[in-house]
Design a protein. Structure first.
Length: 359
């Protein structure tokens, strides 16, 4: 269903503010009144905002007088707000800012609020060529880091002496961060997931002090942030020849994932896109071991619209970027997840991830 924005609205979601204005400070609020855009911030961010905002956006130091002046000038009566993003206390402050009292001979204006949550997010689904370039670059950094991490793990295993200790999950997660910053990421798009052996059966394992052992199956799910844009990838590393069963599971997940990637095109629903991988896993009897959604939109946020899930019945849009990440998790044994980023196209979607999936 297409949703529309009223002519006046307030943007409080940080990624939406960045999307519409290019402002990235932690304290800002965007007020749009009849197509005129005002970025309100405080003293600390004024200079930075002036330097970074898109053309045509007025940067204003927030106070009640100038806020109300703008609303009065345009005779604003309905203002859109992002309910999903507002705390009660922040909403109270906004209400106060917008409460225009009867003063002198001026008539008071009663303002109504309307929920616009999701509308800007829905516009963000379709990526511009520039955004596609930045997301791809973010993934290139991610890949550079991953290859070095993989080599580091393999080198540790092959050159291990009796005395030497192999790295812990935390140590590898830290190395991912370090290399990421070194190669130009401004931050991680989420805390790196590094899991050894049994921990791979926990979809979002929190790295701990467990040490790597030769023969472990390793899961690495990692992503970088570059100029505000996220990347996301999951790979499995086998530190010895996998068992027949491990290989079987790995190949099933891979087959399911590639079926998804090859058949996802714009116009199919998120539900259908999810089913492309899920049905193959279910057919082999592992539906109970695949308890998360099949993927998600990615951009300024690590998880954004659309969603590859049973309940997501909206259609995928051309030039959206999504992840495809099926998995099988066998508690107490091991798990496998494989994740790539896909640029959705009309005829054949494009895999933005270049790291090999061969064992
Ligand atoms: Mn993901």
């Amino acid at each position: 269903m297409e949703k529309f924005l009223p002519s006046s609205f307030i943007v409080t979601d940080k990624s939406n503010i960045k999307y519409l204005s290019n402002f990235t400070g932690s304290h800002g609020i965007l007020l749009i009144v009849s197509q005129k855009k005002y970025l309100f911030t405080d003293f600390r961010y004024i200079e930075r905002a002036k330097k970074s905002v898109k053309k045509g956006i007025h940067v204003v130091e927030l106070n009640k007088e100038n806020w109300q002046e703008i609303l009065k000038k345009e005779n604003t009566k309905i203002i859109g707000i992002e309910e999903d993003n507002l705390t009660i206390s922040r909403f109270k402050k906004i209400k106060k800012l917008c409460k225009i009292t009867r003063r002198q001979s001026r008539p008071g204006i009663k303002i109504k609020f309307q929920n616009i949550s999701g509308v800007i997010e829905s516009k963000r689904e379709i990526k511009s060529p520039e955004e596609i370039k930045l997301i791809t670059k973010s993934q290139r950094i991610n890949e550079k880091v991953f290859l070095l991490i993989k080599k580091f793990i393999q080198d540790c295993i092959s050159s291990q002496t009796q005395k030497q200790k192999l790295p812990t999950e935390i140590e590898i997660a830290w190395k991912i961060r370090e290399l990421g910053y070194q190669f130009g990421a401004e931050e991680m798009s989420f805390d790196p997931i590094v899991a050894f052996e049994k921990h791979t059966a926990i979809p979002h394992h929190n790295p701990d002090k467990t040490r790597l052992k030769k023969g472990d199956i390793v899961m690495i799910d990692m992503g970088m942030k570059y100029k505000g844009f996220c990347s996301d990838m999951t790979r499995m590393i086998f530190t010895a020849t996998p068992t027949k069963f491990q290989k079987e599971i790995y190949e099933l997940v891979l087959k399911a994932q590639e079926n998804g990637i090859n058949k996802i095109v714009s116009g199919i629903t998120g539900k259908k896109a999810d089913a492309l991988s899920r049905n193959m896993i279910a057919k082999e009897g592992y539906s109970e071991n695949y308890g998360h959604s099949g993927g998600h939109g990615i951009g300024l946020d690590i998880h954004e619209q659309p969603s590859l899930a049973e309940k997501y019945t909206e259609k995928l849009k051309e030039n959206s970027i999504i992840t495809v990440e099926p998995g099988i998790y066998l508690t107490g044994k091991f798990g496998v997840r494989i994740e790539d980023m896909i640029l959705v196209k009309k005829d054949k979607s494009i895999n933005l991830t270049k790291i090999s999936k061969k064992i």
